[in-house]
Design a protein around this ligand. Structure first.
Ligand code: FMN
Length: 132
């Protein structure tokens, strides 16, 4: 079955540990049922999430995520068909932002808008490869 991979960025609204735990709890329950896998990078100023799964499931999930008031400025960065999942086995991996990610200042200055598909994929590939 073809797999759709989608990456979006957003700005957390009311970010704290309790909110993040709640999001991850829901994500892991729903994603396991929907054969969705992925990775969520979290920082006070940034969510960067990769979702992968059946096209319909990813589309439905992204619609729900767009409506979620726990974040703002949800912006799709990458959408493509893939043969092999990057986060196979992870209902939703979560990662704090690493030092090599775009800094808060870079994000504020529009770095994400200037980044291309390869740059977003490289961020997640680095995590999938075990980088810290
Ligand atoms: C940053 C962020 C990431 C999310 N990721 C997921 C996800 O991977 N899977 C999921 O089902 N819901 C995710 N959600 C929650 C959805 O927006 C929505 O609340 C949820 O899918 C509703 O599920 P429920 O009807 O079972 O409560 C995320 C929300 C936010 C703010």
């Amino acid at each position: 079955m073809p797999v759709t991979q989608l990456i979006y960025s957003s700005r957390p609204f009311g970010f704290d540990d309790a909110i993040l735990s709640q999001i991850l709890l829901t994500a892991r329950r729903n994603n396991a049922n929907a054969h969705v896998t992925g990775c969520l990078i979290c920082r006070g100023d940034l969510y960067l999430q990769l979702l992968e799964g059946p096209e319909e499931a990813v589309a439905r999930l992204y619609d729900a995520i767009l409506e979620d008031d726990r974040h703002l400025e949800v912006t799709r960065r990458v959408q493509r068909q893939i043969g092999t999942r990057m986060f196979d086995g992870w209902a939703m991996r979560d990662d704090p932002a690493q030092s090599w990610l775009w800094t808060k200042e870079e994000v504020e200055a529009g770095a994400l808008d200037r980044a291309d598909t390869a740059a977003f994929l490289a961020v997640f590939q680095r995590l999938a490869d075990g980088a810290h």
